[in-house]
Design a protein around this ligand. Structure first.
Ligand SMILES: O=P(O)(O)O[C@H]1O[C@H](CO)[C@@H](O)[C@H]1O
Ligand SMILES: O=c1cc[nH]c(=O)[nH]1
Length: 267
């Protein structure tokens, strides 16, 4: 029997666990899947590679979305169509604030919508915010794992390489990191009633270097191919999976009176 597959990403329309970790690099799905019990590759079409498996008894989906928000949002939408309800992005990012170092994690509280695609879907004033429970679960998981981590607002920016327009629009805005897909996930989540968040592994442009004036925050010190980044990705994988487990456990707990009265609370 031919499986019913989504049109672009070719992920199965049914049978995916509702808790998901999404990553940019298809190779990273295998890194995360290696931590799971009973991991199996479900599909691999274009940049969209999907595994399913179990983390401490919780069935999870692990999927890649490639580089750039226009392609990534196709995966986010098709995951939602397939019944996935909680999505955490485990990405890499450049640091933008003093004190954030290579391999550290940044837990995103919100993202600047400079993603190049959501502007075509709804007005730019609409915010891209992480679910507060996702932020708290990621921070708790990072703290319990003893992983260096920071919280803050992330700049999702469609252009990776610098062009002619100066990149100083957010100087002084205390942004924590820069990457390319998170705001598209957060906006999709708000529109579709999903719980979403992001944890990013810093792969360069250490903000201490910025302060010293040794690098610009373009790609001066960008180098994701280092041991410090690989270790950060391993730690970030555990943090993301553990945060999913905390979120699932909290959702199983009986709703309080305020949540029960608010139909949006359990969307
Ligand atoms: O490592 P990933 O998750 O792909 O994230 C970052 O890395 C890519 C750029 O090198 C972009 O996708 C950016 O968001
Ligand atoms: O988009 C990205 C990803 C990683 N590092 C960066 O500096 N930018």
């Amino acid at each position: 029997m031919t499986q019913d597959l989504s049109p672009v990403t070719r992920i199965p329309r049914t049978g995916l666990p509702p808790y998901a970790v999404v990553v940019g690099d298809p190779a990273r799905t295998a890194t995360v899947a290696a931590l799971l019990d009973g991991a199996e590759e479900v599909s691999y079409h274009r940049e969209y590679r999907v595994f399913r498996g179990s983390w401490k008894g919780l069935p999870v989906t692990v999927a890649s979305h490639g580089v750039g928000a226009p392609g990534a949002i196709l995966l986010f939408q098709e995951l939602a169509d397939a019944g996935v309800r909680t999505v955490l992005r485990l990405g890499t990012a450049g640091a933008m604030r003093p004190g954030i170092g290579d391999g550290d994690l940044v837990v995103a509280e919100a993202a600047v919508r400079d993603d190049g695609v959501t502007q075509q879907l709804l007005p730019p004033e609409y915010p891209a915010v992480s679910a507060p429970e996702a932020v708290l679960a990621l921070v708790r998981a990072a703290r319990e794992a003893g992983v260096p981590h920071h919280r803050g607002i992330v700049w999702t920016r469609a252009a990776f390489q610098p062009g002619l327009i100066p990149l100083n629009a957010y100087d002084g805005a205390r942004l924590a990191a820069i990457e390319m897909e998170l705001s598209a996930l957060l906006v999709t989540a708000s529109l579709r009633g999903l719980v979403a968040g992001g944890v990013l592994v810093v792969d360069g442009v250490n903000a201490d270097e910025l302060v010293d004036g040794k690098a610009s925050f373009s790609t001066g010190a960008y180098d994701p191919h280092r041991e410090v980044v690989a270790r950060g990705v391993e730690r970030g994988s555990v943090v993301a999976l553990e945060a999913l487990r905390l979120l699932a456990r909290a959702e199983e707990a009986p709703a309080g009176p305020a949540e029960a009265a608010d139909p949006g609370a359990t969307a």
